[in-house]
Design a protein around this ligand. Sequence first.
Ligand SMILES: NC(=O)c1ccc[n+]([C@@H]2O[C@H](COP(=O)([O-])OP(=O)(O)OC[C@H]3O[C@@H](n4cnc5c(N)ncnc54)[C@H](OP(=O)(O)O)[C@@H]3O)[C@@H](O)[C@H]2O)c1
Length: 264
Amino acid sequence: MAIQLTQGPDPRYSLGTAIVIGGSGGIGQAICEALARDGSNVVLTYRRNKARADEAVAKVQAFGRKAEAKPISVENAEELKAFVDDVAARYGHIHSVVYAAGPEIHMKRINQLTPAEWASAINADVNGCFNLVWATLPHLKAVPGSGAFVALITAAVERVPSQDILSASPKAAIEMLIRGVAKEEGRYGIRANCVGPGWVNAGLGKAVLDNEFPPEHVERIKKSIPLRKFGEPEDLAEAVAFLLSSRAKFITGQSLAVDGGGQL
Ligand SMILES: NC(=O)c1ccc[n+]([C@@H]2O[C@H](COP(=O)([O-])OP(=O)(O)OC[C@H]3O[C@@H](n4cnc5c(N)ncnc54)[C@H](OP(=O)(O)O)[C@@H]3O)[C@@H](O)[C@H]2O)c1
């Protein structure tokens, strides 16, 4: 079969909508925009920051796609399921699911952590992502061959980062969960992949760079990255948009680090 150049909206996106959990976030907003550009409606969620969610909705609508935002806590499995079922009923189908949420975390050494901080990060991230998989899998399967899942993890899963274990450990668990989904649900045409941000000049990464390190340490981090710069939200969004799209139809169970080479 000849190579077909993809032009115009992804045909899968004419069915229903994408859901972006954490679509109001620094990276989530760019993902919503990229999906709208590629032809998808977007239902996004936020936790508290409605103004940022409204911005993301406006960016999607600017591409002529439908968009709406709803406050959701991923820790609440039943609330999440009710939200997902309602979206599926109103839009007809959910073709893509993005997990771009993540709890606010502070850089700490393991010997400074309390059991409560550890449990809270695991609950918000690992259990939250599982709740999302549980709520959305039946809908992704509803139209054979049309469902794709992408979870944002972290490029730090490839290393043992100092002071970043509250991010790296939950994301390592999420990575294995997503690989499990790829393995068990591939027979239904469902694909599941991860994207691992390195240091990004937005959202959680920017908050840490701005507030938790002195400027000379931030410069040292930048110099340690082969491409000598921090990522932008659109760098992550393009990777997510590709992995969700039909252009990636034979790619599943993979993790793509988008980190300027920072893990090398
Ligand atoms: N930015 C980076 O440098 C970086 C690096 C490595 C990994 N990551 C990962 O990439 C993903 C996106 O990060 P980001 O920088 O875009 O983060 P962000 O700007 O803080 O956005 C996080 C999003 O998740 C929502 N959220 C937070 N806790 C939630 C919960 N318990 N239930 C439901 N929604 C919740 C937030 O809503 P509200 O804003 O309304 O609270 C927001 O929409 C996260 O998984 C993060 O861990 C980011």
